[in-house]
Design a protein around this ligand. Structure first.
Ligand code: ARG
Length: 389
């Protein structure tokens, strides 16, 4: 009896993997696992119906709380951002892979599988976590180099039908919505308004600006307008409010891990608001040396997440540094959402390094600065004198 556990999504790629793994790869038993990281309810429902019908055992795992606590919160602390992308899809993949491996171990399976093609980043993210399990890793669509047309044909031969042909490839979780493919592959193509689901256009955004305050403790958001909220509710609320104000849309060219560039559309109102607020609060409480160094740490952290290399020991090391700095990232950030923009309009913190000692209004001995100033441009003046003629 050969047993395989598949990371299932309900889409075409992963659905055809079920008969493929049985017929083509000779597995006797297939367990389909879908991990709920905040996909739309209707998608989960459709996936459940299909998964139950096609697989021998179907499992739906609610990982939303773990996703927010152990993945999104560290991302906020590290100001997660890759070339302007807030890592919505990337940050969820390692958790999905981890859950699949847990099921495989519990069920004593021989292999784990995913439905990614050989073109994107997601294959690398699943593989990197899967390979640490010691189980065999199978990626049928990639291994068989299937085209979309071949996949559709195979699906219909196996009685797997999809009502409406989806125009775009969409991946959605609580942190963001990623849209790619079809005409979007032409970087000069203007995306139609209907592509967006979470955000309104600036033209249709609420007329009245919204002012809100976000409370942070140890680098993570804990309250909205003075009311304590759990991470899931807070993110959902900000996605809703931010979306109405047209906040959190990205249309960009991105450098994929494999080297080629791709055109991507993202929606992420809560991420935009929280990352703006968090970054601003850090600016108030960390020293400039910490901030400069942390910029580099944050960028490296984001690259590792983008590449799916969260199992690398460096990732743990970076998180340890980030956590060390976040002990002081406490306070409140006041924000204004207006016509597509989320701006910080005020901030306060018990850990602020800001002092009023240097205020223009304070009468103070100023000559102490002379000595500092004398040597401040020292190397530049030596250089200018030496090379002046
Ligand atoms: N380019 C993004 C990433 O690599 C998003 C991928 C989205 N996937 C999708 N099937 N639409 O993380």
């Amino acid at each position: 009896m050969k047993k395989v556990v598949l990371a299932y999504s309900g889409g075409l790629d992963t659905s055809i993997c079920i008969p493929l793994l049985k017929e083509h790869y000779g597995y006797d038993e297939l367990i389909a696992v879908i991990v709920d990281v905040g996909q739309p309810e209707e998608d989960l429902k459709a996936a459940t119906e299909r998964g139950e019908e096609l697989s021998d055992l179907y499992k739906l795992i609610d990982a939303k709380a773990e996703f927010v606590q152990d993945y999104i919160f560290p991302l906020i602390k590290a100001n997660g951002n890759y070339e302007g992308y807030v890592l919505g899809t990337a940050i969820a993949r390692p958790l999905i892979a981890k859950k699949v491996v847990e099921v495989a171990k519990g069920e004593d399976a021989d292999a784990v599988a995913h439905g990614c093609t050989g073109k994107g980043n997601d294959q690398l993210r699943f593989d990197a976590v899967f390979r640490t399990s010691g189980l065999e890793v199978i990626a049928p669509v990639r291994e068989m180099s299937l085209t979309r047309e071949e996949e559709k044909l195979y699906a219909s031969e196996h009685g797997i039908s999809f009502e409406s042909e989806k125009r775009w490839s969409i991946d959605e979780n609580i942190w963001g919505r990623s849209i790619e493919g079809s005409e979007l592959e032409d970087p000069s193509f203007f995306p139609p308004e209907e592509i967006y689901k979470w955000t309104s256009s600036v033209a249709n955004a609420s007329k009245e600006a919204a002012i809100m305050e976000i409370g942070f403790e140890y680098g993570v958001p804990v309250s909205l307008n003075g009311t304590e909220m759990d991470g899931i509710s807070l993110i959902k609320k900000l996605n809703d409010v931010g979306g109405k104000h047209g906040v959190g849309r990205t249309d960009m060219i991105e450098d994929r891990v494999l080297g080629f560039k791709s055109r991507e559309i993202y929606e992420h109102p809560a991420a935009t608001i929280l990352l703006e607020a968090h970054r601003d609060l850090e600016q108030l409480v960390l020293t400039r040396h910490e901030l400069r160094f942390k910029d580099f740490v944050d960028r490296t952290w984001s690259e590792l997440v983008y590449q799916g290399l969260v199992m690398d020991p460096l990732f743990e090391g970076l998180n340890a540094f980030v956590d060390k700095t976040q002990g002081r990232v406490n306070g409140t950030v006041h924000m204004k959402l207006e016509k597509g923009a989320a701006r910080v309009i005020g901030r306060e913190s018990p850990n602020a390094l800001y002092t009023k000692d240097v205020s223009f209004d304070v009468k103070q001995e100023q000559r102490g600065a002379e000595g500092f100033s004398l040597y401040h441009g020292f190397q530049s003046s030596v250089f200018r004198k030496r090379y002046s003629d």
